[in-house]
Design a binder for this molecule. Structure first.
Ligand code: HEC
Ligand code: HEC
Length: 233
């Protein structure tokens, strides 16, 4: 009798928990598909975040929800599935986090772990401060290295104006640091940017890569993956 009761109790608890386990769907920001979409328009949360002071010690705790994918040292995965976050500008981390939270950058995989239902605004600021305190991993995936002369030429012609001589980006303009990032992630992002699948990208960059072939993208990403970011500490 008692056993039967326990079995039906655990069955209903199981049903209850699996009903709750359905991953939340990432919202899609209004107007994101329109041609006059503003890539760096700020949500009120983003404006607030950019003024907030994060606490790295609290951020380390909140980051536990991120490390399963981005790794404990925020080095990401060399296969390009998860980007390296260590070494990225705080402003860029905040913009990207906000964009994902607001549905301005598609990321169904990450949303269940980083949406407003699980991570509050203060925690985003804390996590960004924590990531900023981490040393550069310096062991990123590099490309095959067989077209670096062309990669450098393309980089200097089309990318250096924003991403900088050393791939350092520009914190104040929300241009990401690209040096030190995994090659396969870089390729994947440039393809997404070219094909209009990363809606929050600067339209000037979309234009710069619009005629890039797969081998142009490989060459430029390979070149970028080999630039070493200056050591911060
Ligand atoms: C289930 C895996 C997963 C988890 C957990 C996860 N992320 Fe991500 N994250 C991703 C993926 C995948 C991308 C890249 C998406 C793409 O290709 O555009 C990404 C991208 C990012 C970016 C943008 C990086 C860039 O270079 O543009 C930031 C910032 C980020 N994640 C922060 C976090 C933080 C902070 C947490 C924890 C609150 C977190 N992520 C949890 C999978 C995850
Ligand atoms: C007009 C300035 C500009 C130019 C030119 C430009 N970019 Fe970007 N790039 C950006 C901005 C801004 C972002 C971040 C967009 C966002 O907020 O999602 C970005 C993002 C990226 C990313 C994704 C980084 C990440 O961490 O997810 C890659 C890779 C990239 N650019 C490569 C390139 C390459 C390669 C070129 C040259 C062929 C180039 N960019 C030219 C401004 C530029």
């Amino acid at each position: 009798m008692k056993n039967k009761f326990l079995i039906s109790l655990s069955l209903s608890l199981f049903a209850l928990s699996s009903a709750h386990a359905a991953p939340p769907i990432q919202p899609k920001a209004a107007g994101i598909e329109s041609s006059d979409y503003v890539w760096d328009a700020q949500s009120s949360e983003e404006t607030q975040l950019l003024k907030m002071k994060g606490d790295p010690a609290r951020g380390q705790i909140a980051y536990q929800g991120c490390q399963g994918c981005h790794k404990p040292d925020a080095s990401g995965r060399p296969d390009g599935t998860y980007p390296q976050l260590a070494g990225q500008h705080t402003s860029v981390l905040i913009k990207q986090m906000s964009d994902i939270r607001e549905g301005r950058r598609d990321n169904q995989k990450m949303y269940p772990f980083a949406g407003k239902h699980v991570v509050d605004t203060q925690e985003v600021a804390d996590i960004a401060a924590y990531i900023n305190s981490l040393p550069l991993p310096g062991n990123n995936d590099k490309g095959p290295g067989n077209d670096l002369v062309r990669g450098k030429m393309l980089y200097e012609q089309d990318c250096v104006v924003c991403h900088g001589e050393r791939g350092e980006g520009h914190a104040g303009k929300f241009y990401p640091a690209t040096a030190g990032q995994h090659y396969r992630y870089l390729v994947h992002q440039v393809v997404a940017i070219r094909d209009g699948n990363r809606r929050n990208a600067n339209p000037k960059m979309v234009k710069a890569v619009k005629d890039y072939s797969a081998s142009d993208i490989d060459a430029v990403a390979d070149y970028i993956s080999r630039i070493e970011l200056p050591k911060k500490n």
